[in-house]
Design a protein around this ligand. Structure first.
Ligand SMILES: [Zn+2]
Ligand SMILES: [Zn+2]
Length: 342
């Protein structure tokens, strides 16, 4: 097998060719792509900001500006790309973003080299999605790369179970819901259409929700927890509180029910885990499961696949690809050091 031109470094930075990396920093690369804003993809962002050109979707840029309130808007090395429009970089490679359906702004990435060779990175993705990148070599996210990660329920079912639990538990007091960014907006979307109690959020989360709204998501009204209405609602005990990054989910809940919405799968046939009558987990996720991952790989047409073995099940997934496809070669990323030791 010829040595692949793509790989993943030990710090999670995904290398597409010789001059571009995604979601991390490594020495000697001029270009970085930021596929989305989740923390496990933001490694060394500040270092990149000082040293590289960083490409991202407009939505990702808006979310980063709302989060850090920083100089990002004015820096000329931070460049936002439109969906599906090829951008030629100074080294002659061409970069294209395609939506990945994982959260607002999340992208699949294609780099086409002057010799016609095309490589790409799935980023975190959901399945099914409308448009899949077409590449020769692919770095695939392996979050649900284990064949055990199969869901026997749909995300629609998971959403209605969440709604059921919330409505039931609201009769007993407040409901506190924790989720990742992107998923928390889905929770809000599901609940705001169906419940009549105030939904309380932090100032930070309100800003993030406004970015979603500005980008066409019809999310219901929320109340800032430190506003006067928020304080009144808190005393009434019939309210929903949403928590995402930085909102500190309390270890001790004095009153009410807590629900954690995350992709962690306790069992394949039921999206709900009931820890007690006051504590639940609902498997709401914006990640493809194992079967979705296999279908995604088939749709890309890639003949060489590197499974990201820094974030999760890279070895399991590479084995599964090699046994599922006759004409595809898969191996886990080498996770070699991003920084040369000297
Ligand atoms: Zn993510
Ligand atoms: Zn991730």
């Amino acid at each position: 097998m010829v040595r692949p031109r793509v790989d993943v470094f030990d710090n999670g930075a995904v290398r597409l060719g010789a001059n571009l990396i995604c979601d991390g920093y490594a020495e000697g690369f001029d270009f970085r792509v930021q596929t989305h804003v989740h923390d496990d993809h933001m490694g060394d962002f500040n270092r990149s900001k000082g040293l590289q050109y960083i490409f991202m979707s407009k939505e990702t840029k808006a979310l980063l500006i709302s989060e850090f309130n920083a100089d990002l808007e004015y820096r000329d090395n931070i460049i936002s790309l439109d969906w599906g429009i090829e951008r030629e970089l100074e080294d002659g490679t061409k970069l294209t973003f395609v939506r990945s359906g994982h959260m607002l702004g999340s992208a699949q990435v294609v780099v086409e080299h002057p010799d016609g060779f095309r490589c790409g990175y799935s980023g975190d993705f959901s399945w099914p999605i409308n448009d899949v990148i077409q590449v020769d070599e692919l770095v695939i996210d392996s979050t649900y790369g284990s064949p055990a990660s199969v869901r026997e329920y749909t995300q629609g079912e998971a959403e209605s179970r969440l709604q059921e639990i919330v409505c039931q538990r609201l009769r007993r007091g407040s409901v506190h819901i924790h989720a990742h960014r992107g998923t928390i907006e889905r929770v809000l979307h599901v609940l705001s259409a169906n419940v009549r109690v105030p939904i309380l959020v932090s100032k930070r989360l309100i800003n993030e929700i406004s970015v979603y709204q500005a980008n066409g998501f019809a999310l219901g009204t929320v109340t800032r927890i430190d506003s006067q209405e928020g304080r009144i609602a808190l005393n009434g005990q019939s309210y929903i509180r949403l928590y995402a990054k930085g909102d500190g989910f309390h270890n001790e809940l004095v009153e009410g029910t807590s629900i954690s919405c995350s992709a962690y799968m306790a069992r394949p046939d039921d999206p709900v885990v009931e820890y007690s009558e006051r504590a639940f987990r609902v498997a709401l996720t914006n990640h493809a499961d194992f079967e979705g991952t296999i279908e995604y790989i088939r749709a890309t047409g890639a003949k060489t696949v590197i499974t990201d073995n820094t974030r999760s099940h890279g070895v399991d997934l590479a084995l599964a690809i090699n046994s599922n496809f006759k004409d595809v070669n898969a191996c886990p990323s080498t996770n070699c050091p991003a920084f040369s030791p000297n």
